[in-house]
Design a protein around this ligand. Structure first.
Ligand SMILES: NC(=O)c1ccc[n+]([C@@H]2O[C@H](COP(=O)([O-])OP(=O)(O)OC[C@H]3O[C@@H](n4cnc5c(N)ncnc54)[C@H](OP(=O)(O)O)[C@@H]3O)[C@@H](O)[C@H]2O)c1
Length: 342
């Protein structure tokens, strides 16, 4: 049997229900037996707050690593049963509330999964999917910063331009730093001072403490030393990124992970939130940076770092997911909460 964590309404804990393991899938889908689930802030938000575009009941969760059980006919051109993979479950985002990640067997779109090398554990692999997909959207989609794609052969800082990543120690920021380095950009980033070494180890060139009262002026002075390609606000509210864009002598677009409200966008600044309103298809545009290109190559070469670092909760199985969500709700710093399957 398949055990799933159902969310019947906002504001209550999830409830475990059993159903048969999925056997009827579309040509482009795969069924994955999960070995590790990772938690994202959106899982905690949708569990607690009734958002207008979310319908309950649904199965929460987006990030999984596991082994393939079965493949649809088109998916079979890329995968076969037994493959070790990492993938992004979209569930409610694609109006399939039963296809969320928090269950033993998950149906995935084969475009949003890739094989992982034997050297990479399921625990480590589970931390990437939503963070890298979101970072890739903001950085490479024509809708946002429209940078050229990363590759495993791009030389360091070969573009001769910088990018500002606000919140580099977050999950999204940790992946954005690595993608930008692999795309040839110099990375200027912000985080708490305790995470300065962490972001430098991921490739960041210049780091500022976002809690410093002069941080905006410091960042502007640094990025105006040379050509800057834009601002990716990976974590926190977008106000500071918009202020940097406003004060810089360059014209800088802001791509933000969090809602951009009119009151934080000064006149003349273009800022836009990344929003998966188009469903799975919005991620296809940037797949060359993620599941269908750079990511599997970089993982195979060992050049992509597991980030943020996983922290595994004690309770295994679907029962351990609520435990991980409850810890996430208290806040994390440069780490990803992970639950392992039994
Ligand atoms: N729009 C989308 O499609 C989408 C998708 C995924 C995530 N998101 C959103 O993106 C944000 C980041 O997600 P995540 O999974 O990466 O979160 P996360 O890793 O759980 O976020 C925690 C990190 O955020 C950093 N942070 C918090 N406030 C900050 C601020 N004001 N300035 C700079 N850094 C700050 C913290 O840095 P320090 O510990 O160094 O202080 C911490 O490391 C969340 O708000 C999430 O809801 C949006």
């Amino acid at each position: 049997m398949n055990r799933s964590l159902w969310q019947h309404q906002a504001g209550v804990p999830g409830v475990i229900r059993e159903s048969p393991i999925p056997s009827q899938i579309s040509d482009e889908n795969i069924v994955v037996k999960v070995h590790a689930w990772a938690m994202n802030p959106a899982d905690a938000v949708v569990q607690d707050i009734p958002l207008p575009f979310i319908k309950y009941p649904l199965i929460l969760g987006q990030d999984i690593a596991g082994t393939i059980e079965s493949v649809g006919s088109i998916a079979g051109t890329k995968f076969q049963p037994g493959d070790r993979i990492v993938g992004l479950a979209l569930g409610a985002v694609v109006a399939k509330p039963e296809q969320g990640a928090f269950q033993d067997y998950v149906i995935l779109d084969y475009n949003l999964a890739c094989k992982i090398p034997d050297t990479l554990s399921f625990t480590d692999a589970s931390v990437f999917p939503l963070c890298i997909a979101t970072a890739a959207q903001g950085l490479f989609s024509k809708e946002y910063l429209s940078l050229s794609f990363p590759s495993t052969t791009t030389g360091p800082n070969s573009m001769g331009k910088s990018i500002l990543i606000w919140g580099g120690s977050s999950g999204v920021g940790s992946n954005a730093i690595q993608l930008c380095k692999a795309a040839g950009f110099e990375v200027i980033t912000t985080c708490s001072s305790r995470n300065a070494k962490y972001v430098k180890d991921l490739g960041a060139d210049i780091v500022f403490d976002y809690t410093d009262k002069n941080v905006i002026d410091q960042v502007v002075a640094e990025l105006d030393k040379s050509e800057c390609i834009g601002i990716f606000q990976a974590a926190g509210e977008p106000g500071p990124s918009c202020q940097v864009a406003y004060k810089s002598k360059q014209t800088l677009r802001v791509a933000a992970t969090n809602p951009v409200t009119e009151d934080v966008v000064p006149e003349g600044v273009e800022a836009k939130m990344i929003f998966a309103s188009g469903g799975a298809v919005i991620y296809y545009e940037t797949n060359l940076a993620t599941f269908a290109g750079y990511l599997p190559e970089a993982l195979a070469k060992g050049t992509y770092k597991v980030a943020p670092v996983p922290e595994v909760v004690p309770t295994k199985g679907v029962e351990g997911i609520q435990e991980a969500l409850d810890i996430l709700k208290k806040g994390v710093s440069a780490k990803k909460l992970v639950t392992l399957a039994k």
